[in-house]
Design a protein around this ligand. Structure first.
Ligand code: PMP
Length: 372
């Protein structure tokens, strides 16, 4: 195939680092897999049943672009109760990823800048380039707390949006309420769109997430069902924000994704009635178990949410460390440079069986001490 068939934007995505890890991992018979970005529990039974019923009752055609009333109205009622903003509208997306892409398509012109906190969820670093935008990084090392002065300094006349994610992937860190408020107010003052990715809001172990939308009614929120209900394969999310932005995102959805999967919207409505607290409690316990297990050998910023920790590498580069983890201990973790311009940390996911976490801790302790 001729090289000039491929658009330049295909070069924006460098998957080589993570691919190397997965290629090495694929050869393992019984890996200790702490690399996974999804819950290890299944979709709750009533939600599975609701999906089956939706399929059996022939809800298999296109859904309305903005989402089926059964789900959209339920979500909108919840959001309106929480914020009470007059101008806030909501629609159903193809996963949170769908919402993120449509947001950038609706907001970013070529040359516009998008502020991304480093470390970041991988999509934040690549999506702006897809629509001709430019990423401006704001460092949050070593404690992964947002410094509002740095954000203020990074805003230029070309800044269109800021990605905010709390609890965060890959660090698990949650922003303090005063920082959330400060960021929300800063975005408002400087007339920049704050995009708040709240996909991990259910997994907050100490205090509930306070959304920046509480302090800035023009905040655009993207959220989804993937993590909360263990339904990453069902591709269900939603976005809410200023009516004008949401209307444009719906229009763009009509010409791209068309709609979110129809039967799963019925199941999503059923999911909203399921209490996930037992799973969240279980993940809090797993978080504590991992932190206690690593305390003597690793420097880790305390993760207050999501299901990740982002320890500092005890030695070597991310690739060297992860290669040894795989080759000597059958352990799969992700090198930090997949999520960062830096290469000083690695991501551990504790969305795993207790036995796997225990084996992982043992392997990580040996690795730090260079024992096999
Ligand atoms: N945002 C963040 C911060 C994530 O970690 C993920 C999934 N890894 C997503 C969005 C995408 O989720 P979805 O399955 O809803 O597209």
């Amino acid at each position: 195939m001729s090289n000039h068939w491929l658009a330049d934007r295909t070069r924006l995505f460098d998957t080589s680092g993570i691919r190397k890890v997965f290629d090495l991992g694929a050869k393992l018979k019984d890996p200790i897999n702490l690399s996974i970005g999804q819950p290890d529990f299944d979709v709750p039974e009533p939600v599975r049943r609701s999906a089956i019923e939706a399929i059996e009752s022939r809800k298999n055609g296109y859904a309305l672009t903005q989402g089926m009333p059964v789900l959209r109205e339920k979500l909108a009622a919840q959001v309106s109760k929480e914020y009470g903003h007059d101008d806030r509208e909501l629609f159903v997306t193809s996963g949170t990823s769908g919402g993120l892409l449509l947001a950038l398509m609706a907001l970013v012109n070529p040359g516009d800048e998008v502020i991304v906190f480093d470390p970041y969820f991988v999509m934040y670093d690549s999506l702006p380039g897809l629509v001709g935008g430019v990423v401006v990084h704001v460092d949050t090392y070593p404690d992964f707390r947002i410094d509002l002065n740095r954000v203020a300094d990074a805003i230029t006349p070309r800044t269109k949006a800021i990605f905010f994610n709390s609890p965060a992937n890959p660090t698990g860190v949650m922003a303090e309420d005063d920082v959330v408020r400060g960021l929300a107010e800063l975005a408002d003052e400087r007339n920049v769109v704050l995009i708040s990715d709240e996909i991990y809001r259910t997994f907050a172990y100490g205090r509930p997430l306070v959304s920046p939308a509480k302090y800035n009614p023009r905040t655009l929120v993207v959220d989804g069902f993937s993590k909360t209900y263990g339904m990453t394969g069902w591709r269900l999310g939603f976005a809410h924000g200023p009516a004008e932005i949401i209307r444009e995102m719906i229009k763009l959805q009509q010409y791209t994704f068309v709609c979110a999967p129809h039967p799963f919207q019925w199941a999503g409505a059923a999911a909203m009635d399921v209490d996930m607290t037992p799973h969240v409690d279980d993940y809090r316990r797993k978080r504590d178990m991992l932190l206690a297990g690593l305390a003597d050998d690793y420097e880790v910023a305390k993760p207050e949410g999501a299901f990740y920790a982002f320890p500092k590498l005890p030695w070597g580069t991310g690739l060297e460390f992860v290669t040894e983890a795989i080759e000597k201990h059958q352990l799969l973790v992700i090198p930090g440079n997949v999520f960062s311009r830096g290469d000083t940390h690695f991501r551990v996911s504790y969305a795993a069986d207790d036995r796997v976490i225990e084996r992982g801790i043992e392997a990580l302790r040996k690795l730090a001490r260079k024992k096999s």
